[in-house]
Design a protein around this ligand. Structure first.
Ligand code: A3P
Length: 317
């Protein structure tokens, strides 16, 4: 898509059955990036800034934090099933994941802001999603010592996934050509800023903030059941073996891809003709995008920037 694209968007999400309002969004445009407290952002994530910063967390809130495209929806779905899969089975067929786990900083004209959705969440705990770098998280989460689950994904696959997402998402800046995108990613000129700063910032936080569970997308792919066990132990949950088996199956890629409540097909701002939201779900898809030269260039740059030997990513498993 070239230039500014005007998308008349409204949510197709099951207005009659969901018990939530059908949203009619105004015309929205692809935004420009600008510098915001040292981070590249678009106005959709800064328009509501004062309210976001003043968000009142509760001590039992659980914050799901990620750099975009690191597996946010996957971990959100896992946590939603762990907490509410048994007690509120109707959620599974009626509420899209983005309403169960509001995106705190999003503010798109014509839609409830993420902050308002989070305020209105009737659940305990409230599961809340953010892509903010650690230094921009509203202070109330720290004051209440909230539990935080962070998921990180290796930079190469993260970049590829973000590229395709920007191609299909009418409220993201234009993706442009792959090579330009590649260079922009290295420069950190992406919405929510530099991948390098994001994953390192949260990793560093983990050293001083014990209520943070840092996970890796590649580990989830390698052994979803093992990672569910770890997150359960962090959250103090003990699902039965049957429940765990059931959840592990429901969150497999193909099952989520075919599940309208998890695959974002109800959000019309996303153009599935360009690319589905649940695209490939693999480790190593970067090999289908990076040339050998790009990979070497990337690796050299990576070595100079990722200095902490305790933070290691796998680009294949
Ligand atoms: P790809 O574009 O590589 O397929 P987010 O939810 O943070 O936006 O991340 C989206 C990425 O996570 C997409 O990656 C998507 O396919 C992948 N994903 C979502 N659910 C998944 C699952 N159950 N298994 C594997 N990957 C999943």
């Amino acid at each position: 898509m070239q230039g500014q694209v005007f998308v008349q968007v409204f949510s197709r999400a099951c207005a009659n059955t969901c018990g939530f309002q059908q949203h009619k969004m105004d015309s929205v445009t692809r935004p420009e990036l600008f510098d915001f407290h040292g981070i590249s952002m678009t106005h959709y994530f800064t328009d509501n800034w004062e309210n976001i910063q003043n968000f009142q967390a509760r001590s039992d809130d659980i914050l799901i934090a990620t750099y975009p495209k690191a597996g946010t929806t996957w971990i959100s779905y896992i946590l939603d099933l762990l907490y509410f899969g048994q007690t509120s089975p109707e959620r599974q067929t009626s509420l899209p994941i983005y309403n169960r786990v509001p995106f705190l900083e999003i503010a798109i004209p014509g839609l409830d802001s993420g902050k308002d959705l989070a305020d209105k969440l009737p659940t305990t705990p409230r599961l809340i999603k953010t892509h903010l770098p650690v230094q921009l998280v509203p202070k109330s989460f720290w004051e209440h010592n909230c539990r935080i689950v962070y998921v990180a994904r290796n930079a190469k696959d993260n970049m590829v996934s973000f590229f395709h997402f920007d191609r299909m998402n009418g409220v993201q800046p234009e993706a442009g050509d792959w090579i330009d995108y590649f260079l922009r990613f290295l420069k950190g000129k992406m919405v929510f800023g530099s991948w390098y700063d994001h994953v390192n910032g949260w990793w560093k936080k983990k050293q001083t903030y014990s209520n943070l569970h840092y996970m890796f997308y590649e580990d989830l792919i390698e052994d979803t059941g093992r990672e569910i066990d770890k997150v359960c132990s962090f959250l103090g949950l003990s699902p039965s073996a049957e429940e765990k088996k059931n959840i592990t199956s429901q969150v497999q890629f193909d099952n989520m891809k075919n599940n309208k409540m998890a695959n974002y097909s109800t959000l019309q701002v996303l153009d599935f003709k360009i690319c589905p939201f649940m695209r490939k779900g693999k480790v190593g898809d970067w090999k289908n995008h990076f040339t050998v030269g790009q990979s070497e260039y990337f690796d050299e740059d990576y070595k100079n920037r990722m200095k902490d030997p305790t933070l290691q990513f796998r680009t294949e498993i």
